[in-house]
Design a binder for this molecule. Structure first.
Ligand SMILES: O=P(O)(O)OC[C@H]1O[C@H](OP(=O)(O)OP(=O)(O)O)[C@H](O)[C@@H]1O
Ligand SMILES: Nc1nc2[nH]cnc2c(=O)[nH]1
Length: 179
């Protein structure tokens, strides 16, 4: 699988160090507030799994599955709810966990949805931010790493459902997209 990768952008060690830092920051910020931490499937699963263990205060977590890319490299712009939350966000301090913000369509949709559902507050933590991809005005509250305008894979991020299980983030060799 490593043969398919042209360049490792963020190593496993760098990701884990960042998660330790984010965990400490969120512990301080949410101490005593019992936030509802919402992981956006499928991409955020590894990030969420690692990060919640580093938040050293009570949290509740839930998962929502939304998709706007299908098997494409560019967002369709239409966000589909594949699986909704089991928990009501009304009156809750919501913390959305994402693997990447690119066009901003997914998060922009979710922030509006949770506000409409009367969340008390909505904050966004993303592992990766790709500001050059943005087509809507959307800024994360916390971003782990800024990435260039390239299609990245690994640590939750896929190409045709592959590569999500890589422990690092990298750029695929162009021949993988072309074949
Ligand atoms: O800022 P955007 O352009 O909206 O892109 C970000 C979204 O794209 C990816 O999800 P995708 O729709 O590919 O679903 P997946 O997580 O199941 O792979 C990623 O996990 C984010 O949710
Ligand atoms: N795998 C992957 N999914 C994305 N969704 C939005 N941007 C990206 C990206 O760069 N890589």
């Amino acid at each position: 699988m490593r043969d398919d990768i042209q360049e490792i952008l963020i190593s496993e060690e760098e990701i884990q160090k960042k998660i330790d830092e984010l965990g400490a920051q969120l512990t301080e910020e949410y101490e005593g507030r019992f936030p509802l931490v919402i992981g956006i499937l499928k991409g955020s699963l590894p990030f969420m799994g690692d990060l919640i263990q580093k938040i050293d205060t009570h949290i509740e977590f839930d998962l929502m599955d939304v998709s706007s890319y299908g098997n494409e490299l560019v967002s369709s712009g239409e966000v589909k709810i594949v699986k909704d939350l089991n928990t009501s966000v009304e009156g809750r301090e919501v913390l959305i966990l994402e693997d990447i913000i690119d066009s901003g369509n997914t998060l922009s949709y979710l922030v509006k949805l949770f506000e409409y559902r009367k969340a008390k507050s909505v904050k966004i933590v993303t592992l990766l931010d790709k500001p050059e991809g943005r087509t809507v005005d959307l800024y994360p509250d916390i971003a782990g790493f800024v990435v260039p305008d390239e299609f990245v894979v690994g640590y939750g991020l896929d190409y045709m459902e592959r590569y999500r299980n890589l422990p690092y983030v990298g750029i695929l060799k162009p021949e993988i997209y072309q074949s």
